[in-house]
Design a binder for this molecule. Structure first.
Ligand code: F6P
Length: 592
């Protein structure tokens, strides 16, 4: 290239960066001045998709992510991005938990949608992308509902994607899921002071099951270049296994739970192996920047790697992985709410169902019965309130929905017993004829039933001792189209970084939680509205399509970069300063 050519190239690059910066600044300041984000309407889906593409063009010009919040994200936006910017990309989701479980009943087969934040987030995405979802077939009738290739079209009645079930032996399930994932990694990653248990036999099962799922991904891939969305701590080894066999695949791993600091992580006997497995991913996502930072620090401590903090990138073994925060969210439930009774009717029917007086305040907790959720701590806060403010005895009921979970493990059995015992004690101590302050319902509830409970509540308590995000908090505010209700939210849940108007509490401090309860009980409707409104706006704008869309945009960027690097013979160049050369090469190729 001549000197003149190089100068011209620099001018073009600087001009394009300058223009991008101006465009982003203009858009953000427009939003700050109160302009709503781009509007999507039936005839205007293209407008939203075009806006998404524009974001992507800005993103490409800058070589880094721009604020994708400027787009209104919808299923259509995702479909357009896939069609236009990731053509022919097959989306494959891998998770342990399946989105639809078929169970045998006396009178036939029952369909169950599990109580899982992962499922409620991924389901609409897979529907929108018409993808393939690979998961463990754990239902007692799962084998009777698949075809000869272990596949079943879902959702039932309105199929839009394919569920491919993987079968596990009793020993595999015990070792990989109950053992290594839930007695090892789960307590390791959550600060809940439950000791992790690591057994060599569980590790072997974990490795074997990861291999089995990786084989299934390869078998289901229609070509060499799928986008594989790997979900959670059940599959730390799978990303590398897939990349070794499908080097052109984009593997996006999302870790739905917290990542501990490196000292805590060092407890794990297979710590290096897990990191190496995860670094087979093209992108690793966490809910918060804090956990993304913990991960990077952990890699820094245990692997010989190259870390470019400014680029949020780690190079290991000749491959680069981006480490980003993508806060997960929910699908805005407009359609669901349209089917539900009005708030007043929900209040009345729930009070009738549980025999509560009309003037009793209702505080709800909705979760799997898990020791990370702070259920006992919330009962303790209730007791503190009754001790300090006895005028509330008889006027407040805590309804605890606790979906059964991992019930064969000792730590969960113990929690189950302790929760029921404490609830019983509180009912004996503070209950009276026709009044039980704690109602525990240890049953699975459908999404509609859960939303009805949210709508009937005066207060929702999310008091996790530690939580990646916690989607119950987001569902509660989404359910309240009357802009009423108070959210008590643990500072140790990722959601507290986004739902800033909640009453933020420390679940380890029962005195503080009881004060927050009192504040919630006595809050004026106007203050409730003032707090609820911005939280609803936050969840509506930052919906689950944005979560997935941001990752797909990053995937598109990586794919394009990979294609250019392959074409110019510069594949596997590390990020950072050396990348300037690669940027030149990309522009040169683009201009030629
Ligand atoms: O919170 C982590 C997580 O894997 C979620 O993603 C999921 O909602 C939940 O645990 C479900 O747990 P399980 O599938 O073990 O019942």
């Amino acid at each position: 290239m001549t000197d003149y050519g190089a100068d011209l190239l620099w001018v073009l690059i600087l001009a394009s960066l300058g223009f991008s910066a101006f465009a982003v600044f203009f858009s953000i300041s427009r939003q700050r001045r109160g302009h709503p984000p781009a509007v999507t309407h039936p005839a205007g889906e293209d407008v939203a998709a075009e806006a998404a593409r524009k974001v992507m063009r800005e993103f490409e010009k800058n070589g880094q992510s721009v604020d994708a919040a400027l787009v209104t994200w919808s299923p259509e936006t995702l479909r357009k991005i896939l069609a236009d910017d990731l053509p022919d990309a097959q989306v494959i989701v891998v998770s342990n938990r399946e989105p639809y479980i078929h169970n045998s009943k006396d009178d036939g087969i029952e369909l169950l949608v599990p109580a899982s934040g992962l499922v409620s987030a991924l389901e609409p995405i897979t529907r929108a992308c018409a993808g393939t979802w690979i998961a463990y077939g754990g239902g007692t009738a799962d084998r009777f509902t698949v075809d000869e290739n272990d596949r079943v079209q879902v959702p039932p009645g309105n199929p839009s994607y394919m569920l491919r079930r993987v079968w596990l032996t009793e020993e595999e399930h015990q070792g990989y899921y109950l053992g290594f994932a839930n007695e090892g990694l789960w307590p390791l990653c959550h600060i809940a002071f439950t000791r992790p248990i690591f057994r060599a036999s569980d590790w072997e099962a974990y490795e074997a099951v990861n291999r089995k799922f990786a084989d299934t991904v390869v078998a289901e891939a229609r070509n060499e270049r799928p986008i594989v969305l790997v979900q959670d701590y059940h599959f730390a080894l799978l990303p590398r296994m897939v990349r070794e066999r499908l080097p052109e695949a984009i593997v996006i791993t999302f870790w739905h739970i917290p990542w501990p600091n490196s000292e805590v992580y060092s407890i794990c006997p297979w710590r290096e192996r897990i990191l190496e497995g995860l670094l087979g991913s093209s992108i690793i996502g966490f809910h918060t920047q804090f956990h993304a930072n913990n991960f990077t620090e952990t890699v820094d401590r245990f692997l010989e790697s190259r870390i470019e903090r400014a680029d949020a990138a780690i190079s290991y073994g000749g491959q680069t992985t981006l480490v980003h925060a993508y806060p997960i969210s929910i699908e805005w439930p407009a359609e669901l709410l349209a089917k539900l009774p009005e708030v007043e009717a929900s209040r009345a029917s729930l009070r009738a169902r549980f025999g509560l007086k009309a003037d009793v305040k209702l505080c709800v907790g909705v979760e799997r019965l898990d020791y990370t959720k702070g259920i006992l701590d919330r009962f303790q806060a209730l007791e503190e309130l009754f001790i300090k403010h006895p005028e509330w005895v008889g006027k407040l009921v805590v309804l605890q929905i606790a979906a059964p979970s991992r019930g064969t493990l000792p730590a969960y059995k113990q929690l189950h017993d302790e929760c029921h015992r404490y609830a019983e004690e509180l009912n004996q101590r503070y209950g009276s004829e026709g009044y039980r302050p704690v109602v525990m319902v240890a049953e699975h509830h459908s999404q509609e039933q859960v939303y009805e409970i949210y709508r009937a509540a005066d207060i929702c308590m999310v008091t996790s001792l530690h939580d990646g995000m916690n989607l119950v908090a987001k569902e509660f505010v989404a359910a309240r189209d009357d802009e009423q209700g108070v959210l008590l939210l643990s500072t140790f849940a990722g959601a507290s970084r986004e739902l800033l108007e909640a009453l933020i509490v420390n679940p380890y401090d029962p005195a503080m939680m009881s004060e927050a309860l009192l504040q919630a009980l006595t809050m004026t409707p106007e203050e409730q509205r003032q707090r609820m409104r911005p939280m609803r706006e936050m969840v509506r704008n930052n919906n689950v399509y944005r979560w997935a869309g941001s990752m797909l945009l990053d995937a598109a960027r990586l794919r394009k970069r990979g294609d250019v690097d392959r074409a110019t013979g510069t594949a596997d160049r590390p990020p950072g300063i050396d990348n300037v050369v690669s940027m030149f090469e990309r522009k040169r190729v683009a201009m030629s």
